[in-house]
Design a protein around this ligand. Structure first.
Ligand code: OGA
Ligand code: MN
Length: 283
């Protein structure tokens, strides 16, 4: 098994491993690479949904999928991301993750890791970008570090509550979906969280989910949030993953943000199988 850094401060590719036959020592190697690089791309895999679930569970219990209508019937832990069509209807979630975010930060227990396995890559576009939230925190001016210490961001799932995002026109029923989600309670998490394994501090907020700061007026909060949103996606923190056939990518939602960049159009099809490893409350 070989691990090579491919991004500047995050992102490594792993070759020479077969996830269908993975010994405990090799899994430990993958886990170390995951903690050391925050995003890992394991090359040349071809996992059936059941195999993907078995491999994913080695990281911990899996999260139930929020968009259950696009989960596989036989394997409800697996969500289909796809722009493919059947009988005039999308077969998967289209445009998932189009704004910078960390998965499930709006839930009571935000996710630990997300695993995407490429089943079909488009000829154009479809990259996923990742931003290193350890570096984003480390490079903040001391004054800003002091200002945000102890503050909590408010995370909301509904796009209809967030003035910084727009609702994709490509997704059927998206407007009703987000209107319905308005009643789901928000969550408050530290703007700076400590990674439970590495012990390092990471910025924890995103333009997609963070809509305010606990105990602050909108104006006061925006004066902090807007510069942070700009800072945290500086190009030097970003690793853009260009998908190869057979890739299986795992990212650590506790210390990276990500987004799908789109750029492909049906009948150029992109299909991913996705599982999510459940996490704990950020501190
Ligand atoms: C996700 C996500 C982006 C992509 O699966 O959580 O944001 O590029 N995906 O598919
Ligand atoms: Mn996502």
């Amino acid at each position: 098994m070989k691990v090579n850094r491919i991004g500047r401060s995050i992102g490594a590719e792993i070759t020479g491993v077969d996830l269908e036959n993975l010994g405990p020592q090799e899994f430990q190697g993958i886990l170390d690479a995951f903690h050391g690089n925050s995003v890992i791309a394991i090359r040349d895999q071809d996992l059936e949904p059941g195999e993907l679930v078995d491999f994913s569970r080695r990281f911990g219990p899996l999260e139930d999928q929020l968009n259950a209508r696009y989960a596989l019937v036989e394997h409800p832990e697996v969500l289909v991301l796809s722009n493919d069509m059947k009988d005039g209807k999308p077969v998967g979630l289209i445009d998932g993750g189009d704004f910078w975010h960390s998965d499930s930060s709006h839930r009571e227990k935000p996710s630990l890791a997300t695993i995407l396995h490429a089943r079909q890559n488009p000829r154009h576009g479809g990259d996923t970008e990742f931003a290193d939230m350890y570096r984003a925190y480390e490079t903040l001016p001391d004054e800003m570090k002091k200002r945000i210490a102890g503050l909590k961001g408010i995370h909301a799932v509904s796009k209809a509550k967030n003035k910084r995002v727009t609702i994709s026109a490509r997704r059927p029923d998206a407007k009703d979906h987000y209107e319905m989600q308005k009643s789901i309670p928000d969550q408050a998490w530290p703007l700076v969280r400590t990674h439970p394994v590495t012990g390092k501090k990471a910025l924890y907020l995103s333009a997609r989910f963070t809509i305010g700061i606990e105990g602050m007026s909108e104006e006061e909060a925006d004066a902090i949030l807007d510069p942070l949103f700009e800072h945290q996606i500086r190009p030097e923190f970003v690793y853009a993953h260009k998908w190869k056939d057979g890739d299986l990518v795992i990212w650590d939602n506790r210390c990276v943000m990500h987004r799908g960049t789109g750029g492909y159009t049906y009948p150029d099809v992109r299909t991913m199988h996705r599982t999510v490893v459940a996490g704990d409350r950020p501190f």
